[in-house]
Design a protein around this ligand. Structure first.
Ligand code: ADP
Length: 529
């Protein structure tokens, strides 16, 4: 027997219909790469997306075809998200910072048919065109081409219909080992994820919210903001350039209340604020994720009256896994305790389940005791089952995705990430968290960036060393860093050496590449080894 409620497939085109109908005049502002600015609204985005759907049909695009983008954050990119899914296609957002062989691999693996791109990425297009075997149509966003292309259409059409389990979006993880892997989101998973984003503990949106997402639309679905933002009918302010001066100016002029980005984005913002005396008086919600938010960052934002939602997730989790919200006894906590709580990665929303298993024996589920660390696994309706084009196998039935993260779960469900499985440092049979060492180190004035890696040691197996980049124009000594660490981590965790470098290698998503760093220090010898 079926229930007797109306049919309403959870397809993401409902989101843009809702935004245009209920919040049609809410503005979408774009600051383009050339410094110009345009303004549209949710009704305009829907109209353009419908026109794009018509234009794609004329190109012969069929439901299930892949429509790729190579673009920064702007309103035409947003139009394309809805235009691509509107024709029943699969939106494939490509990260322009990937290396050429990765760019070649993913576009061919995805079998992209159409590619929409920013003028700034023309050199990539020119370079890659001969290597991309499936892309038939290239359309540039900001040289008049995109506007002309959709300008020939009238928008009088309807969205493709279909099953809510149809795929709608494809994102590749940068893959620190081997080829990148595709994560194929479906309409239903994306819709449930978008609705989850409306919970106060996640983005804390209401109709007055003005969001400037710094997290790119090409990385981890911009944390789902283009979908959740439509459901909430918020105002978006996009910047096609990631420059702290531009971002701060926009935030103040457009009275931005919400922003989202990885820790390095906030670091650059702070540096600009310190250099110029700029403040961000309208900001009240900062979503930080992608890598661990350091303590001083959380402290600084909280002192400025900004709520910090420290979030954990990954491309494979759509990406919302957890966010750090206030605990029920928040008001009884001291400021220091509050910061300590925010420094952890928070708790799951309804729909996500977490567990940790023994690093050596994955059949052993570990207790949520706030002490034992293990391999983090996750499940839920917006968590990956298997990678794009991967064969179904026995592990599908288990429905627990292995995140590659190492974590402690607390009795109240709070997640505390301690490392990535491949980055943990094993010393004398015990684990040392590289993340905790790094977090402590970046709290030292004069330290711009720090990374801890394990170096071979004949007695202890591995011992940590800390690689540090100094802030420009500031001096800091190894002794000062060591003294700071000694107050914050166990004695046997203290690095055997500190090495200053000019730069630490980063991957395509802006995160430290431990693999490259370990390669650089492959020949390194510890003093007592
Ligand atoms: P990539 O592997 O390309 O970096 P993701 O952006 O999907 O892909 O990265 C997900 C990973 O980023 C997580 O598995 C975790 O290791 C790390 N991460 C995400 N959020 C946090 C956080 N708040 N604190 C610490 N690490 C995080």
């Amino acid at each position: 027997m079926l229930g007797a409620m109306q049919d309403f497939d959870l397809r993401v085109t409902h989101l843009i219909d809702h935004a245009a109908r209920e919040h049609g005049s809410r503005e979408i502002v774009t600051r383009w790469a050339d410094g110009s600015e345009t303004r549209t609204n949710w009704a305009g985005i829907r109209h353009d997306a419908l026109r794009m759907t018509q234009a794609l049909r004329k190109l012969g695009v069929q439901p299930g075809d892949r429509i790729a983008t190579l673009a920064m954050n702007h309103s035409r990119h947003l139009v394309s998200w809805y235009g691509a899914v509107g024709v029943g296609g699969i939106l494939h957002t490509i990260n322009p910072r990937l290396f050429d062989d990765q760019l070649e691999y993913i576009a061919n693996h995805a079998e992209d048919l159409v590619l929409l791109y920013d003028k700034a990425f023309t050199p990539i297009i020119e370079r890659m065109k001969p290597k991309w075997t499936t892309i038939k149509h290239f359309i540039c966003y900001d040289n008049g081409e995109f506007e002309d292309w959709i300008g020939q259409e009238d928008g009088k059409t309807t969205w493709a219909t279909g099953d809510e389990r149809d795929p709608c979006m494809l994102c590749y993880t940068s893959g620190t080992t081997g080829n990148p892997k595709g994560v194929l989101y479906e309409h239903r998973s994306t819709m449930l994820h978008a609705i989850t984003g409306l919970q106060p503990a996640i983005f804390d949106f209401d109709t007055r919210s003005v969001m400037l997402p710094v997290v790119p639309m090409f990385h981890a679905a911009s944390w789902g903001l283009p979908w959740a933002g439509a459901a909430a009918g918020i105002k978006f302010v996009f910047s096609a350039v990631n420059d702290a001066a531009v971002l701060c100016e926009l935030m103040n002029r457009e009275k931005v209340t919400h922003s989202a980005g990885v820790p390095t984005v906030w670091l650059a913002t702070f540096q600009h604020m310190d250099a110029t005396g700029t403040t961000l008086p309208t900001l009240r919600q900062a979503i930080i994720g992608g890598s661990a938010a350091p303590r001083f960052m959380i402290e600084r934002l909280m002192k400025a009256g900004v709520n910090v939602a420290h979030a954990w997730g990954m491309t494979e989790t759509s990406p919302i896994g957890t966010t750090g919200a206030q605990t029920w006894d928040w008001d009884e906590r001291s400021f220091d305790e509050q910061v300590t709580i925010k420094q952890m990665q928070g708790r799951v929303p309804f729909g996500v389940e977490l567990r940790t298993v023994d690093l050596g024996d994955p059949t052993k589920v570990l207790p949520r005791d706030g002490q034992t660390s293990g391999a983090l696994q996750v499940r839920g309706p917006w968590i990956i089952k298997r990678y794009f084009k991967a064969e179904a196998d026995a592990t599908d039935a288990e429905q627990w995705f292995d995140t590659g993260d190492v974590a402690i779960l607390h009795p109240d469900g709070t997640l505390q990430l301690t490392d990535r499985t491949k980055d943990v440092i094993k010393s004398g049979g015990e684990w040392i968290s590289s993340v905790e060492l790094e977090n402590a180190a970046v709290g030292v004035p004069g330290v711009a960036e720090a990374a801890a890696i394990g170096i071979y040691h004949p007695k202890w197996d591995e011992r940590p060393i800390l690689v540090v980049v100094k802030k420009a124009g500031m001096d800091v000594t190894k002794e000062a860093i060591m003294a700071h660490l000694a107050e914050r981590v166990a004695k046997w965790w203290l690095p055997d050496a500190i090495e200053f470098v000019d730069a630490i290698p980063h991957g395509a998503t802006g995160k430290i590449s431990k693999k490259d760093l370990r390669d650089q220090f492959r020949e390194y010898k510890l003093a007592d080894a």
